[in-house]
Design a protein around this ligand. Sequence first.
Ligand code: ZN
Ligand code: ZN
Length: 242
Amino acid sequence: MILADLFHDISDVFFPPLCISCADVLPDCQDKVFCRECLQNIHYITQCHCPVCGAIFPDSPAGNHLCGSCLDNKPHYTFARAALAYEGIILDAIHQFKYGRNIIHGAALAGLLADFHFPDMDWSTYDVIIPVPLHIRRLRDRGFNQALLLARALGKKHGLDVDFSLLKRRKLTLTQTGLDKKERAINIKGAFFAAHPGRLKEKNIILVDDVFTTGATINECAKTLKKGGANQVAAITLARVL
Ligand SMILES: [Zn+2]
Ligand SMILES: [Zn+2]
């Protein structure tokens, strides 16, 4: 046994790993962050879905098919996928991470996202990962961009570069909470700009954010990146409002 392993074992005796949701001791699973019981309450998104926006169709007999919204108004992104439903202990953990600045929760959630298998995602066809940017004022208040932490976990897992300098936010928007899809799109319009358009040319990009609600933010980012020369923009989020 090497010294680092021994130190790890000793520290686990005095400071055993705890489930980040219920704080129960996690027996014999140092790399897990939720206990078995809490894991059963996490809803991974595996149902039939819209191949573009990823909207799910619970118990759909028709399999994957385009949703009405994508048929009416094709988004600027090629497709959007999320790993988890934005509810229950995942919603609580995301709030702890974002607003409680709890980095342990952040690392745990980033690990869940990086380990999730997106069946229709071919990571090798993408050039770079870009996190959805925060406005500089919000970044100063929060101290970190939650999307960047998630993007870094995905970049490490899939061997892709993460570049937060390519897309910037120029508009400090009002909170999107309480707004419907149309109002959100209006609120976010013109909020982003491509900082180095020359570096986006013909690039296939993965946008990363924490939560997909109506897709208005992701769509505005994708529109900006494509206007800046990007070829394709896909979006991966940790969670999705169902
Ligand atoms: Zn638990
Ligand atoms: Zn759709």
